[in-house]
Design a protein around this ligand. Structure first.
Ligand code: PEP
Ligand code: MN
Length: 447
């Protein structure tokens, strides 16, 4: 199929998995037509910058920190929630940049991560079969038939909430909020609260001293460069109608860009080489991620890499592996060997969340901090052994003080998770666990 001419609607004649059963197709098409007239959320030039930075990550000159909610929640599109998410991402990135001595490419699962693939179309709630919740851009999580009925107008609401989120992110990252002297202050606060602070004290002190030095020589927030950072956006390109409606032709190059986010990824469930998701994404110039779980054939991944990046352009493709801490040792080495043997240029990123999910005795989905860290450690070990580059991590986390993942400095147990279990989808690291993970990662960079 890669030889055929591409159009932004050609995906419609390919099998598309995980699409909602929209009850009113005329309304669905009307919403998409309206959306295709709305302004783009991101610009082609920004997307090209991200591709260049990802190319650096592929060579080990930068490190990718891609993170955010499993599913963003319309009701959490608020100033404080966005600010807290940004804060934790910036804190982590300073630790990683310092320890890794390289640029940290910050990509949020933010401003559009509103659609979810599900293992089943329906679920049983108290003996009643209801359509599964598919993300706020499709339906609502409340367990009633009405709330669960897909409504295409929610896609347009998702667009406006993504725009509002991105607007605040742009304001914060351009307006001095992200300045290093603020980061130093947040560090002080969160380190003071961290139960395992002694473990990280030396590194934290070094970072503090470096920021002091930079301030002393005038590289402080009054300096126009130092007060600014860039946070790119990303989400799973799942609802192809939405993605098509957001796709625009760049006036300078004539190329097509999906302007719903800087980077899009294809989920583990929708990455069929002859499927609609791959057909759509092969034609847009955004960086694309491919999730790869244990149930893959190496030949299929090679086909995908060829279809999505025929010119073998660095920065175009990120392989996001998510095997689980018990399985990564078996699955990652042969995959890396084959991709290397073919000479394919990819960024290797580790999603240590989706292969480590379990259901506890209280019926909650959780993940353990030790398993998450364990998969990341093995990811670094394998790439070191294979002579490839561990280019980044892909995490589900929040700036809020939730109790969804067990372990970490506070040694949260399954019986504690009820205290503040908020997610509508997968369990996320809380702010404290996230900062702790960044310090552990820093230790891996330093060997
Ligand atoms: C996700 O990233 O939330 C997700 C559903 O991942 P995967 O496609 O890897 O299962
Ligand atoms: Mn998830």
């Amino acid at each position: 199929m890669s030889g055929k001419e591409w159009t932004k609607s050609a995906w419609r004649s390919y099998p598309a998995r995980q699409q909602p059963a929209w009850p009113d197709l005329a309304l669905y098409e009307q919403v998409l037509r309206d959306m295709s007239e709305l302004p783009p959320l991101v610009f082609a030039g920004e997307v090209r910058t991200l591709r260049e930075q990802l190319a650096e990550a592929g060579e080990g000159k930068a490190f990718v920190l891609q993170c955010g909610d499993c599913a963003e929640d319309f009701s959490r599109c608020t100033g404080p929630a966005i600010r807290e998410m940004l804060k934790v991402i910036l804190q982590m990135s300073v630790v990683l940049a310092y320890a890794g001595e390289r640029r940290v490419v910050k990509i949020g699962r933010m401003a559009g991560q509103y659609a979810k693939p599900r293992s089943s179309d329906t679920e049983l709630v108290d003996g009643v079969e209801l359509p599964s919740y598919r993300g706020d851009m499709v339906n609502s999580p409340e367990p009633t038939a009405e709330a669960r009925t897909p409504d295409p107008r929610r896609m347009q609401e998702g667009y406006f909430r993504a725009a509002a989120t991105l607007n605040l992110v742009r304001a914060f990252t351009r307006g001095g909020y992200a300045a290093l002297d603020h980061v130093r202050e947040w560090h002080r606060q969160s380190l003071d609260a961290l139960p395992t602070v002694e473990k990280y004290e030396q590194l934290a002190r070094e970072i503090g001293k470096t920021i002091n030095f930079m301030t002393a020589i005038g590289l402080d927030s009054n300096n126009p460069i130092m007060g600014q950072v860039t946070l790119f956006t990303s989400h799973e390109a799942l609802l192809l109608g939405y993605e098509e409606a957001m796709t625009r032709r760049d006036s300078t190059t004539g190329d097509w860009y999906d302007c719903s986010a800087h980077m899009l990824w294809i989920g583990d469930r929708t990455r069929q080489a002859d499927g609609a998701h791959v057909e759509f994404l092969r034609g847009v110039r955004n960086p694309v991620g491919i999730k790869v779980g244990p149930a893959h054939e190496i030949d299929d991944i090679k086909r995908l890499v060829h279809i999505l990046n025929p010119a073998n352009e660095p920065g175009r493709l990120t392989l996001i592996t998510r095997f689980g801490t018990d399985k990564i040792g078996r699955f990652l080495p042969p995959l890396v060997k084959e991709i290397q043997r073919e000479g394919f240029k990819v960024v290797w990123s580790c999603d240590p969340m989706h292969g480590n999910t379990y259901q506890n005795d209280f019926g909650q989905k959780s993940r353990n901090f030790g398993d998450i860290l364990g998969e990341i450690r093995k990811f670094f070990d394998v790439h070191h052994a294979e002579g490839s580059v561990a280019g980044g991590v892909h995490l589900e986390l929040t700036g809020d003080n939730v109790t969804e993942c067990t372990g970490g400095g506070r040694q949260l147990l399954d019986e504690h998770l009820g205290q503040n279990y908020q997610t509508t989808c997968d369990p996320r690291l809380n702010a404290e666990q996230s900062v702790e993970l960044a310090f552990e990662l820093a230790g891996l960079f330093r060997g």
